[in-house]
Design a protein. Sequence first.
Length: 367
Amino acid sequence: MPSLVTFNNKTDKEFSKEVKARVNQYFEERNLSKHANFAMYFKTFVILSVYWGAYALIMTGQFSLNVMWLLAVVMGIGMAGIGFSITHDALHGAYSSKNWVNSFFGIFFDLVGANGYIWKITHNIIHHTYTNIHGHDEDLEVAEFIRLSPHSDHKPIHRLQHILAFPAYSFATFFWVFIKDYWYFIKNPLGPYEDKKHPVGEWVKLVITKIVYYTYIIALPLMFLDITWWQWLIGFTTLHLVAGLILGIIFQLAHVVESTTHPIPNEDNMIENHWTIHEMLTTNNFARSNKFLCWYVGGLNFQIEHHLFPKICSIHYPEISPIVEEVAKKHGVPYNCHETFSEAVASHYRTLKKFGDPAYTWSPATA
């Protein structure tokens, strides 16, 4: 069980101070809220309509099996969009300044089969604090046969991970829906936290929302549609393979690419950089000029801005990105970014291959 890692926040404070001041200045000068605007509300309506609209059309029973299969694909796209563009902001408290609004939109995370409470612990707290730190960052623990950190133990199967990883990402939401949330409620330690106690209310919410999800996604189609169990299984599997692949790829491009680092603490269990610098070194942007991707993935291709300002709604990231980049250049801080989506995917692929090579030895210079 690793003890909590700390950061050397007494050094390199100038970048942190200036980037915060400049971003705050952007909103103050324009009298803008840091939370959702009309464009965000409209996107929320569209994406929720895609998922629930496709589900409603399937449940009418008026379409052929082929059309229902295509609607399952649409549901998978909508499910990923709900995660990216709605609940991610809500669970970070960035969607609105009102807690009840964030809670309202955050519940959709649970309604598509996941669990917002566990996500807040493993993502908001652990991942955002200890990004790319082996033994702490839960996002590095995808599967035993996937090695996303050069500091984790190497296994022979890792030689093939650049081939296995992308199909494995497709099963991410299966894992969430049926295993991960239950497992993380009992896992000990959970990241750097030992004997984590979970409120009884969260256990109750977990059970209730899982029952609701299993009811509308499994029971109702089998009860009211003229389909066999295996036809339902094809549709259900398709939905999750689509959602899982989209979610898995987008999240990995943000941290596990050639330009990002995987720092290790010193003998005092301290990362020698200021936390803000650490986030800049371990985080990557991609495809900032791709308007559809910016819209659909909820600004997660602006991962640098998200990690520095998780309480700012993602709808604003394209505007504050040039500010962060400018301040980073001024202070000599790396601003990791791939111009296109394909470049980022290729870099992730090469990183997987590198980490799967037993001859590869990590050092700060080769990180």
